[in-house]
Design a protein around this ligand. Structure first.
Ligand SMILES: Nc1ncnc2c1ncn2[C@@H]1O[C@H](COP(=O)(O)OP(=O)(O)O)[C@@H](O)[C@H]1O
Ligand SMILES: [Mg+2]
Length: 227
């Protein structure tokens, strides 16, 4: 489903963030990308969602080369491949309902459809009692659920998660992981970047290990091997 073929990313003037990386992720997989801070995890995710382009190499999504695509195709891709981040990126002064309405307004849905879909997704993630609260007043775990809900409104095929539990307490971390696991069971492909040892060892899934921009291990199931 997602193929990186000999991908190198060099940031100016000469930071080699990724050095000749190749891997394939199949539809329905749950894959962890691990490595120390600066190893290149975020760069991998940013290449897949087309936030940045590779310096060398090719990236394919469903056999379609996405290395050079129009901005229209890029927007379409960002609905199929959503991203959640450690620092949430919500509209803090807006309510949860407003945060969740926005993607649906962009999709041109009616007010009635928006209300129905927002309520549905909020119920699914158990945040329906938070809809009228401003985003900045939520706990970290609640904020991440809102981010997930916002992305899920696009019916994505892939979730890219860039250290999504990095700011969360253990209980919220567990909760977010359980939600991602259940979304994966529903068929959504998950690519999850982390350097959290407990997460890696508890998930018992495929692990791609990066070290200084190089892919040093790709095992299924993998384990935490950063020393
Ligand atoms: N926009 C950028 N400009 C210059 N260097 C960058 C940029 N983004 C990332 N890097 C560098 O690329 C390397 C990999 O970064 P990143 O993918 O963010 O690592 P990780 O997510 O594993 O912590 C680091 O050395 C980082 O400083
Ligand atoms: Mg990162």
């Amino acid at each position: 489903m997602i193929v990186l073929k000999n991908v190198t990313k060099i940031f100016p003037p000469n930071v080699v963030a990724l050095d000749n990386i190749s891997f394939e992720i199949k539809s329905g997989e749950f894959v962890l990308i691990i490595g120390r801070s600066g190893a290149g995890k975020s760069t991998v995710l940013r290449l897949i969602n087309k936030e940045i382009d590779p310096t060398k190499g090719e990236i394919f999504y469903k056999n379609f080369k996405i290395t050079k695509i129009s901005s229209k195709k890029k927007r379409e891709l960002r609905r199929k491949i959503i991203t959640i981040f450690q620092d949430f990126k919500l509209l803090n002064k807006k309510t949860v309902f407003e945060n969740l309405s926005l993607p649906l307004e962009i999709l041109g849905k009616s007010k009635k459809e928006i209300e129905k879909e927002v309520l549905n997704i909020a119920q699914k993630l158990k945040i329906e009692n938070k809809l009228n609260q401003r985003a900045e007043t939520l706990s970290g775990g609640e904020k991440q659920k809102v981010c997930l809900a916002r992305g899920l409104l696009y019916n994505p095929e892939v979730i890219l998660a860039d250290e999504p539990t990095g700011n969360l307490d253990p209980l919220s971390t567990h909760e977010i992981l359980e939600i991602l696991k259940s979304l994966n069971k529903e068929g959504i492909t998950i690519i999850f970047a982390t350097h959290n040892k407990e997460i890696v060892n508890s998930l018992k899934t495929r692990v791609i290990t990066l070290d200084n921009g190089r892919l040093v291990r790709d095992e299924n199931p993998g384990s935490y091997s950063i020393f």
